[in-house]
Design a protein around this ligand. Sequence first.
Ligand code: PLP
Length: 364
Amino acid sequence: MIPLVKPIFGKKEKQLISEVLDSGIVASGKYVENFEKKFAKLSKAKFAIACSNGTTALNSALLACGIKTGDKVITTPFTFIATSNSILYCGAKPIFVDINPKTYNIDAKSVEEILKKEKNVKAVICVHLYGLPCNMDQLLKLKKKYKFVLIEDACQAHLAKYKGKTVGAIADVGAFSFYATKNMTTGEGGIVLTNNSKIDFLARKIINHGRTAHYEHDMLGYNFRLTNICAAMGLAQCEQIEKWTKQRISNAKKLSEGLKNLDFLVTPVVPKGYTHVFHQYTLRITNGLRDEFMKYLKDNGIGCAIHYPEVVYKQPLYKKLGYENGLCPIAEQAVKEVVSIPVHPSLTNKDIDTIIKVIKGFKK
Ligand SMILES: *Cc1c(COP(=O)(O)O)cnc(C)c1O
């Protein structure tokens, strides 16, 4: 079986985790601080605030930007549920807009249509889905015109670049996840990234019970802190992430070359000036046989999965909140056609050749 995901751990992770255990300081501490500094530097941002996971990073980012009960926040329905749940946690209302059918990312034109007619839109969360940056120029232009907070959900996009800029702190604030399946991992973990010192100051308080001084708290905060144990892992992973990213990009290139000109599928698009870091390498199966294709891949030893099998607003929770079907037809079509295949850095050239050969054999 060629697995869809494979986290990589080396001697460095074990060494640093061991150091933490020997130090006796296993909760917050120096390793967390160093991890924040290291990830900020890698991402070319001023400030990083480590969190317990990507969801709490998103939640903290929204709260630090002042999102509160009654506010409206625009986002994509073609993402992991955490993106819009983080809006609900603030008491705000997610407004879903459709995606671009080629990039799968939020469509700026549809965002503007909502901005024209809806009052009280305080923020937009764009998701750099599968590791491909959103069209930030278009979104930043809208931000200037309509004045809202622009938040990047970069949970799948470590070190992805848009026109030379590393994602996460291109807009006001960004959130990353270090969940086990992401491009780098701390088991569970996340980080808020920003160049804005006020957002940094607030996010840091929010993740730590609104603490101002020892046992003094002036706002409602949470315990969203990362541990030294996780940060130790993260520090070790930071040393590899650039190499792994190059490998993902190179694997994706080989896959796209080998799979071109097949009439039943579409390979991922990488617009000029974008660096896609291929958290997922996602095909679109256009002949209506996606589920058969997946069974065929699995029968032939190739791991695959659907990201995502349903648009967020069709989840039972969101239906209960009153969202109706048909809101975003392009996203509703995509959930029926997409399938992700292995692209992780542990793939060998032989694995890639096997994947290409098997896929070419579908329905011959
Ligand atoms: C993984 C992910 C999250 C949530 O991160 P967790 O660390 O699992 O909480 C949010 N948004 C997107 C797009 C993700 O892929």
